[in-house]
Design a protein around this ligand. Structure first.
Ligand code: NAP
Ligand code: MG
Length: 399
């Protein structure tokens, strides 16, 4: 069989632990036999990040800017325990945070649905994609405990001499105080990323905040979205037959639960953090969640939503067979290859990606799965297998 040719590379970012093992198996079994793979390879495994003083992560981020498409394996975000375990020079920052800062992107998370596994919410028939604004608010907030009686003020000292000053509260006793911020530029990038993604996915876009209570702060989010929609996207949305709709966060929550899915839900940072865990759990499993970072100038980085599955890795190191679910990592590859194919007008590559996804879904719908999914099936007794056996089955089906 002739292998499918690629004209431009994708940026390949290798990672850590169990997902690094799976990464290699996916390439060897499911990609290299079919595709003449071209990648710009960056090893974001923790030892290499440590060796290069984390320069490799920045280089990978810059490479995504250059080539436009990347695929990333899960990586360890170091902490004190990892500092010890890997004898690190220091506690390096989260690679995802570094890459997100370079691309100024928005993270979109969507579940992979199966006919045989029903979401907890019975009305959900189509995926719900959460778009989380991954910048500012309480994640960059300043806060402290107020020790006792006293006046708290909110002060802005403008460079041009403008001063804003408002009393927050005249404390009669101890309490708490918090300052948060966001920037118009970041909200604009977020809005553009959401509108573009909706057009790409041909799905409605919902955006929710709490502008009835937070008239200036959340009100700014609402008006920036409205303004950008009118200026740049209304016509394209009408042509695509999709809609943009703003509603209050509490109303959105109620509508989401009653909906049948099939839309993108844009959330402020905290709402997105909370709601993405709720949505993924209600759909079944974290191991079936895909994630893509989209920059405002249209660069794409695909990954799985889960981590490096450390507990399975230690079993693997002891020589035990594991049944780690590779589906989200496979879909990260197919997402990246299909996007590469689309950008380069390479129809064969797009078709190959779709066929690989279809092979995975067929196998799963027949009940061949990894252990994490075995308890979730309805109307069929599943046959859980090891990761290696699962990937073999997919390869045979793909052939
Ligand atoms: P995790 O790797 O997502 O795993 C947590 C648990 O979820 C696993 O122990 C496993 O449960 C289950 N699980 C997750 N993915 C699975 C899969 N593909 N197949 C089967 N089961 C799966 O999260 P963690 O253990 O909290 O974090 C491990 C490391 O990953 C940390 O160093 C963290 O920094 C990193 N991390 C990286 C990313 C990223 O790169 N995007 C994201 C999150 C975490 P059972 O053990 O019960 O089977
Ligand atoms: Mg969270």
């Amino acid at each position: 069989m002739d292998k499918i040719k690629m004209t431009a590379p994708i940026v390949e970012m290798d990672g850590d632990e169990m997902t690094r093992i799976i990464w290699q198996q996916i390439k060897d079994e499911l990609i290299l036999p079919f595709v003449d793979l071209k990648t710009a390879y960056y090893d974001l495994g923790l030892p290499e990040r440590n060796r290069t003083d984390d320069a490799v992560t920045t280089e990978a981020g810059e490479a995504i800017k250059k080539y436009g498409v990347g695929v990333k394996c899960a990586t360890i975000t170091p902490n004190d325990q990892r500092l010890e375990e890997y004898k690190l020079k220091k506690i390096w920052k989260s690679p995802n945070g570094t890459i997100r800062a370079i691309l100024d992107g928005t993270v979109f998370r969507a579940p992979i649905l199966l006919d045989r596994i029903k979401p907890v919410v019975k009305t959900w028939r189509k995926p719900i994609t959460i778009a989380r604004h991954a910048y500012g608010d309480i994640y960059r907030g300043t806060e402290y405990r107020v020790p006792g009686k006293g006046k708290a003020e909110l002060i802005f000292n403008g460079e041009d001499g403008t001063i804003f000053r408002e009393i927050i509260y005249d404390f009669e006793g101890p309490g708490v105080l918090q300052g948060t911020f966001n920037k118009d530029s970041s909200i604009r990038s977020f809005a553009h990323a959401c509108f573009r993604y909706a057009l790409e996915a041909e799905q409605d876009l919902w955006f929710s905040a709490k502008d009835t209570i937070s008239k200036k702060y959340d009100g700014t989010f609402k008006s920036i979205f409205a303004e950008i929609f009118e200026q740049a996207y209304r016509a394209a949305f009408e042509k695509a037959g999709i809609s943009y709709f703003y509603t209050l966060i509490d109303d959105a929550v109620a509508r989401v639960i009653r909906s049948e899915g099939g839309f993108i839900w844009a959330c402020k940072n905290y709402d997105g953090d909370v709601m993405s865990d709720m949505v993924s759990t209600a759909f079944g499993s974290l191991a079936m969640m895909t994630s893509v970072l989209v920059s405002p100038d249209g660069k794409f980085e695909y990954e799985a939503a889960h981590g490096t599955v450390t507990r399975h890795y230690y079993r693997y190191l002891k020589g035990e067979e594991t049944s780690t679910n590779p589906v989200a990592t496979i879909f990260a590859w197919t997402g990246a290859l299909a996007k590469r194919g689309e950008l380069d007008g390479n129809r064969e590559l797009v078709e190959y990606s779709k066929k690989l996804e279809a092979a995975v879904l067929q196998i799963l719908d027949e009940g061949i799965c990894t252990k994490d999914l075995a308890g979730l099936y309805e109307g069929l007794t599943p046959r859980p297998v090891s990761t290696t056996a699962f990937i073999h089955e997919i390869r045979n089906r793909l052939h």
